[in-house]
Write a protein that binds this ligand. Structure first.
Ligand code: NAD
Length: 416
């Protein structure tokens, strides 16, 4: 049978497994299989040369039983309604697994931002908010950055929303630049949260990570910060990193900050001195202590899973592992930190950003790091306990914890 690679079908299958193990009633199960609300819009946007291009875009509120929808906006040429649905579902489980009072949502624009100028990006960002703004709001749905969207894009979107409503609403979007109400610590929160749970995993596995190797696929926001913080907090050694144009490898170690500087200067990791080239495929198969997939979905599949040789797989990307690969990783003894736990640091600090916006009172970095660490460690402990008690892998355990909470909220509201 062909492997399922449609991310939404994967998300539904993962939920089905959890529903069965939890003994969910059929109405709640069916309700949680689908987004509560979807909006598809078509955006005509003026290009710098005077022509008009038409972009297709989406915003989905998957589930709002535990609070307003929360989730990023991705700009990517391969975006589809099903990718957005899957990401929105995973956001629902993510806010639940870290137990913050939010639901799940997601947005996307089908576009290649690398082909757009800054002024074109600004017009696209504003057009998006004009089209979907009626479904957004601090009490309804709060977007954030995702792949190829930035704090600057969040700033334009917030400004457009405030122009539409005629009021200040900094909490309508998170991941903003700090002078516009962004939070300290948001920029590296996803990676930092991932490192906090790697730290916990190494303790339960009795694994000394100091000086051990890490490899990172996807050297963007999540990947670069994981390299830097993995070095800083855990004393790990970066041996390989890649982006969409290829990768670099040096078993003796690559200085994370130097590689980040090189990527910022040249736009790619390729060409970094003192490292050889490595393909994205080979990078995943390196023998390392921690492998961080930090790019896109479906990179660890039935096809390559037998060659995966890391001890801990920390999924900073959403959906990097297919369900059939998951079971094999478990049998092989790879400790998987599943995406919606491993990368929940971003939404956790986004939540802290919203809280600060609401109070109009801002915390320092120490306060943010303390709250983030406490949240991630608590979530890890709960999921690990579930996995041990039921002898199941960490993804299934994370699903049981988070789906049970969302199902309970739906029931308490009288929805199902
Ligand atoms: P980003 O745009 O900053 O970086 C993405 C990186 O992936 C880029 O370096 C790009 O070159 C690389 N890439 C793209 N296609 C690739 C390919 N085929 N092979 C290898 N590399 C490729 O995005 P990001 O914010 O770092 O997000 C990365 C992943 O982390 C996504 O799955 C995203 O959903 C997830 N995530 C991000 C956040 C966040 O706060 N940034 C939060 C949660 C989850």
């Amino acid at each position: 049978m062909a492997e399922i690679l449609n991310p939404f079908q994967i998300a539904q299958k993962q939920l089905d497994n959890a529903a069965e193990k939890l003994g969910l009633d059929s109405a709640t199960h069916e309700f949680l299989r689908w987004p509560m609300q979807e909006l598809k819009v078509t955006l005509p946007v003026k290009m710098d040369d005077g022509t008009t291009r038409v972009f297709h875009a989406f915003r989905i509120q998957y589930n709002t039983a535990r609070g307003p929808a929360k989730g990023g906006i991705r700009w990517h040429p391969d975006e589809t309604i099903d990718t957005v649905r899957a990401l929105a579902a995973w956001m629902t489980w993510k806010t639940s697994v870290v137990d913050i009072p939010l639901g799940g949502g997601k947005g996307g624009v089908v576009c290649n931002p690398k082909e757009l100028t800054e002024t074109e990006k600004e017009r696209l960002a504003r057009a998006y908010v004009r089209a979907v703004g009626r479904t957004l709001g601090v009490t309804k749905d709060v977007p954030a950055p995702d792949v190829y969207t930035t704090p600057q894009i969040m700033a334009w979107m917030m400004d457009e929303y405030e122009t539409l409503t005629g009021e200040h609403h900094p909490g309508v979007i998170t991941g903003k630049p700090i002078p516009l109400g962004g939070s300290q610590g948001r920029a590296d929160a996803t990676a930092r949260g991932g490192i906090y749970v790697v730290q916990k995993a190494s303790k339960v596995l009795n694994l000394d990570l100091k000086g051990s190797a890490m490899a990172i696929q996807g050297f963007g926001n999540a990947g670069q910060n994981a390299a830097r913080i993995g070095e800083e907090l855990l004393g790990m050694k970066l041996v390989a990193a890649s982006d969409s144009k290829g990768g670099v490898y040096n078993p003796k170690g690559i200085d994370a900050n130097a590689l980040i500087d090189h990527k910022i200067r040249t736009g790619r990791v390729n060409g970094f001195p003192d490292a050889e080239a490595i393909s994205n495929k080979d990078l995943l198969e390196l023998e390392v202590s921690v492998l961080f997939p930090a790019a896109l979905e479906n990179v660890i599949t039935r096809e390559n899973v037998s060659r995966i040789r890391c001890k801990i797989l920390c999924e900073l990307a959403n959906g990097p592992t297919t369900p059939s690969a998951d079971d094999i990783l478990y049998e092989k003894g790879v400790f998987v930190l599943p995406d919606f736990l491993a990368n929940a640091g971003g939404v956790t600090v986004s939540y802290l950003e919203q809280v600060q916006n609401t109070y109009n009172l801002y915390w320092n970095l120490t306060e943010i790091h303390f709250r983030l660490k406490e949240t991630m460690h608590r979530a890890f402990d709960r999921v690990y306990e579930m996995s041990q008690n039921n002898r199941i892998h960490m993804r299934n355990a994370a699903y049981l914890v988070s789906v049970a909470r969302v199902a309970e909220a739906c029931k308490l509201r009288g929805w199902t």
